[in-house]
Design a protein around this ligand. Structure first.
Ligand code: GLC
Ligand code: CA
Length: 558
């Protein structure tokens, strides 16, 4: 690694605007609400905010279906609000990374409206249109939300491709005119002062122009052709072009969401000299508890610590010196970390949330915190599918329970409680007043009833809270360069209860020890005489005895 860049030392905080803070009582979070809460984020100590989409959208997929890249969704506010948010953030020393969703648009985007009209209009080739084959879909690809990835359009008697919902038609990146439109939009936002982009499913943009059948599709299962479509032939060419035409002219942070990447792929996308992106979000550790029956994430399996260690250690070692890792436990698409990898019972929620924070934040890479994680927000279990808003959850229920009758309704609800994206999307819990201080109106999605004891106010008041623990960890990263630069070395890969690893550089080393179990464990790790306990989630140090979910870090000079 050469010179350290600011985004390598930064901690990023993700805001899902719809669920963060409502300012006008309509039950929907908005930009003035975000502005109001910027000092809170400053207090936490993060440097960058990743903002999920705020653009104009019919909200088929909560803003990940954009109908105008240069307009703001009215329910979130105005462009003037966005400008104010940028200004206030920058005054506070916070950077804003926008979500860039350019694998697809909304079907209500003007480009698509024009595209679907005739076969020979200038926008036709902005999207992917194919003739029927024997009166059917052009191939067997499945949408990530269930069902075929092709929808027939009567008007021109062709099918269009959509890897996500039929209201999210895929853009045709093989068309240079379209690519330039995207680059212009990016430049427009950068000139407005945004500090970077998180790029939605960016490794899906190059499709195989032969459109071969996906050999992995099993008609009975809830499969998706997303993985088959990933890392296509021209993807690196397009990203290098984007970098050269746009990104290289600005000092920005970029991270590409990238399903189905190996470490070798990641080094191509995010290598220090790849001239594409700075980081990718890989999916391996968040697909660790996928269904053994081929139902994808619809399962209620509990992960195994040895698998988690193997995956994260592989990423740490493979990228060291070559590319930069993103570090994340959860986001708006994943269940809450404390419920999934920790223990959300009253007894262990705080301890295990802190343990998870230590385990992740001391690795090499840029950590991402998802809103509410810093106060230990948990999953929610709503009683009926009707209470779920997420398109992915609703489609999967329709597909697996209603259409295929493959999963019994009660069992599917269990899977949903475990994996639904709405677990992450319940409103931010600010205080113990009605609706957790999120809104004075009717919240768009049920507030988790545990807001009465899990909320920001409580966390700020209690100096031993999860919030204050995160704050401490974030501050340590700024003080100790080894947290950014040190080489990672895992210890005892086969240990299924304790995760221990070291970070090593020339003069010093860190030893990180986390008990992932609810029982006491005894382990001995070699430590020098001068080793100093840097941080711990227990009040004292019991040496080789590790109490439930105990986590601690030692610093020593070598
Ligand atoms: C990404 C987003 C997810 C969205 C999908 C389609 O995976 O994170 O929320 O549904 O892309 O845009
Ligand atoms: Ca609002």
């Amino acid at each position: 690694m050469t010179e350290i860049k600011w985004w390598q030392e930064a901690v990023v905080y993700q805001i899902y605007p719809r669920s963060f803070q409502d300012s006008n009582g309509d039950g929907i979070g908005d930009i003035p609400g975000i502005i109001q809460r910027l000092p809170y984020l400053k207090k936490l100590g993060i440097q960058v905010i990743w903002l999920s989409p705020i653009y104009q959208s019919p909200n088929d997929d909560n803003g990940y279906d954009i109908s105008d890249y240069q307009k703001v969704l009215p329910e979130f506010g105005t462009m003037a609000d966005v400008e104010e948010m940028l200004q206030v953030s920058h005054q506070l020393g916070l950077k804003i990374m926008m979500d860039l969703v350019v694998n697809h648009t909304s079907d209500e985007h003007d480009w698509f409206k024009a595209s679907r009209k005739t076969k020979n209009n200038p926008y036709r080739d902005y999207y992917i249109w194919r003739d029927p084959v024997d009166g059917h879909e052009p191939n067997n690809w499945l949408s990530d939300f269930g069902g075929s990835a092709w929808t027939y359009d009567q008007q021109t008697e062709q099918y269009y491709l959509h890897i996500f919902s039929k209201k999210q038609p895929d853009l045709n990146w093989d068309n240079p005119v379209l690519r330039n439109e995207i680059y212009d939009t990016m430049t427009w936002w950068l000139n407005k002062g945004v500090d970077g982009f998180r790029m939605d499913v960016i490794n899906l943009i190059s499709k195989d122009s032969d459109f071969p059948d996906d050999p992995n599709v099993d008609a009975v299962n809830h499969a998706s052709s997303m993985n088959f479509v990933a890392n296509g032939q021209h993807v690196h060419h397009y990203l290098k072009e984007m970098n050269q035409q746009v990104l290289s002219h600005y000092d920005v942070i970029t991270v590409g969401e990238a399903p189905n990447v190996t470490t070798a792929d990641a080094i191509k996308y995010a290598g220090f000299d790849s001239n594409e992106l700075q980081m990718v979000f890989q999916f391996e550790h968040v697909e660790i508890d996928n269904s053994p029956e081929g139902l994808g994430k619809w399962s209620d399996e509990r992960f195994k610590l040895v698998d988690l260690k193997r995956i994260l250690s592989k990423w740490q070692s493979a990228l060291d010196g070559k590319a930069w890792n993103s570090l994340y436990w959860n986001n708006h698409d994943r269940p809450r970390v404390v419920s999934r990898f920790g223990n959300d019972s009253d007894e262990y929620r705080e301890k295990s949330a802190k343990m998870l924070a230590v385990t992740l934040h001391f690795m090499q890479g840029t950590p991402y915190i998802y809103q509410g994680e810093e106060i230990g927000m948990t999953n929610i279990a709503l009683s009926s599918i009707d209470h779920y808003q997420d398109i992915d959850t609703r489609h999967a229920y329709q597909d697996l329970v209603v259409d295929q009758k493959r999963v019994a309704p009660e069992r599917m609800m269990q899977f949903i409680h475990h994996s639904s994206r709405d677990n992450a999307r319940t409103p931010m819990q600010w205080d113990n007043t009605v609706n957790a201080g999120f809104t004075t109106g009717q919240p768009w999605l049920t507030v988790n009833p545990n807001y009465r004891h899990i909320n920001v106010n409580q966390s700020l008041e209690d100096e031993h809270s999860i919030f204050h623990f995160y704050k401490k960890i974030i501050a340590l990263r700024q003080q100790l360069p080894i947290i950014t630069t040190g080489r990672y070395e895992v210890l005892d890969l086969e240990d299924n209860d304790v995760y221990a690893y070291k970070r090593v550089d020339g003069e010093s080393q860190l030893l990180i020890v986390s008990n992932f179990s609810s029982t006491e464990q005894t382990r001995h790790y070699q430590l020098g005489q001068q080793a100093e306990l840097l941080i711990s989630n227990y009040e004292d140090d019991a040496g080789d005895l590790l109490r439930p979910y105990e986590s601690k870090v030692y610093l020593e000079n070598v």
